[in-house]
Design a protein around this ligand. Structure first.
Ligand SMILES: [Zn+2]
Ligand SMILES: [Zn+2]
Length: 232
């Protein structure tokens, strides 16, 4: 169980759940998380949240009992240059931004194209994390990818859904192993996320944590632990 989970979605993402933010923060508190983040899909995802929705997040509570709550976005990367589906004036109001490639916007990319797309997104100063860089439809050279993450101060994600048996991404488990090996080689931290749609999977990362253990991935490179130590 994660104590810090920053990649989750409520009903506002338009698919996968009817749970509201309140339902989710109640559940995160009940499960004993220290820090919980909601990161809705942006308008590039059908049914995703609008710009005005994201602007309203600053009115919401940032604490519930012992739980710290933060509000971000999972922005969709829309083109070969890494353009996002939310403008900078919205992104800068958020606590953090996760950028990810999704099949509706970009179908298949070769190694060179994927790296170009990721670097384009990383160059956006508001992007903090790169979502699920583990899908062979967007294959990437992990040494080059991780080097770029360090250069542009972005943290790649280890996504629980990607490495679970129900994963719909291609070759994710194999790709995640290569990602983690490159992170160890270059000393690059990784964010572990549930990517829970609704409250049912909040903080859950059983398969991700198994891989971490299996590879003896060092605790000091787990971004969740770095943040938890800073807030405790
Ligand atoms: Zn995603
Ligand atoms: Zn997501």
């Amino acid at each position: 169980m994660l104590s810090v989970d920053l990649h989750t979605h409520s009903i506002a993402s338009g698919h996968g759940s009817t749970d509201r933010i309140t339902d989710m923060t109640d559940e995160a508190l009940r499960r004993g998380l220290a820090l919980f983040g909601i990161s809705e899909h942006g308008p590039g995802t059908p049914g995703g949240a609008s710009c005005s929705y994201f602007l309203g997040l600053k009115l919401l509570p940032r604490r519930k009992g012992s739980l710290i709550i933060r509000y971000g976005a999972e922005a969709n990367i829309m083109d070969i240059d890494g353009k996002l589906d939310l403008p900078d004036h919205i992104l800068k109001e958020l606590d953090y931004v996760i950028a990810g490639i999704h099949p509706r916007a970009l179908k298949h990319l070769d190694r060179e194209q994927s790296l170009r797309v990721y670097i384009g997104a990383m160059k956006n100063p508001f992007v903090t994390f790169i979502a699920h860089p583990d899908d062979s439809r967007y294959e990437v050279d992990y040494n080059a990818f991780v080097s770029a993450c360090l250069k542009y101060r972005c943290v790649p994600e280890l996504n629980e859904i990607s490495v679970s048996p129900a994963s719909y991404r291609k070759d994710s488990r194999k790709n995640v192993r290569n990602l983690l090996k490159a992170c160890m080689l270059y000393n690059c931290p990784v964010l572990i996320s549930s990517d829970s749609h609704g409250r049912k999977g909040i903080g859950e990362a059983t398969h991700a944590e198994e891989l971490i253990k299996d590879l003896s991935f060092p605790e000091e490179l787990i971004f969740n632990s770095i943040i938890r130590d800073r807030i405790s």
